[in-house]
Design a protein around this ligand. Sequence first.
Ligand code: C5P
Length: 222
Amino acid sequence: LALLPLAGKRVLVTSGPTHEPIDPVRYIANRSSGKQGHAIAAAAAEAGAEVILVSGPVNLPDPPGVRVRRVSTAREMLAAVLENLPVDLAIFAAAVADWRAAEEADAKIKKGKGPVPQLSLVENPDILATVAKGSPRPRLVVGFAAETDTVLEHARAKLARKGCDWIVANDVGKGTGVMGGGSNTVHLISEEGIESWPTMDKSEVARRLVARAAERLREDTP
Ligand code: C5P
């Protein structure tokens, strides 16, 4: 049990960005390498869990021992996540685009023909909030918060708004090197308070988060 703390558990992880098409050659996306999410999926598999990784477009190999479902848009990501419930633990590390183009053009929008195109946006579904407030709810729901300012304040508000149990907040502001980099500085925010972790490799953040989640799942096993 100590060696495989997530044996017998089902874990779902989202990772990477989503791409929201404007026309066949253009899209809206957030910056995300997928490194942190993929590392979490790998760590959960190492801990003995059955892991499903729902990933947006990334340039990373599939983590060993993990079932990978590749998607492109937020709506596809939501559908893939819902198809794979129920799970014991869900960790939402994907950088989902908040908006998509209201209409996707069938052909490439040409430049220089008339006025500059105006994009009309509509909101994407919030995958984390849908799962955290839905049923069957995973026993532990963990969100990420990438903020460039007042990281902790925003993260606490997010915990309440989204209905998740934990938020892993990281500062992705200019000069932190988090985006695409190998290391991360995070704060784990729960009802009990805030734990600030030292800067670590993303794989180390993943292992530590998985270990904490396994402890929590053990606590509420009767
Ligand atoms: O609101 P914000 O995008 O900052 O929240 C970040 C958290 O919510 C992350 O865990 C992210 O994966 C999740 N999220 C989501 N679906 C969205 C937007 C964010 O699952 N449409």
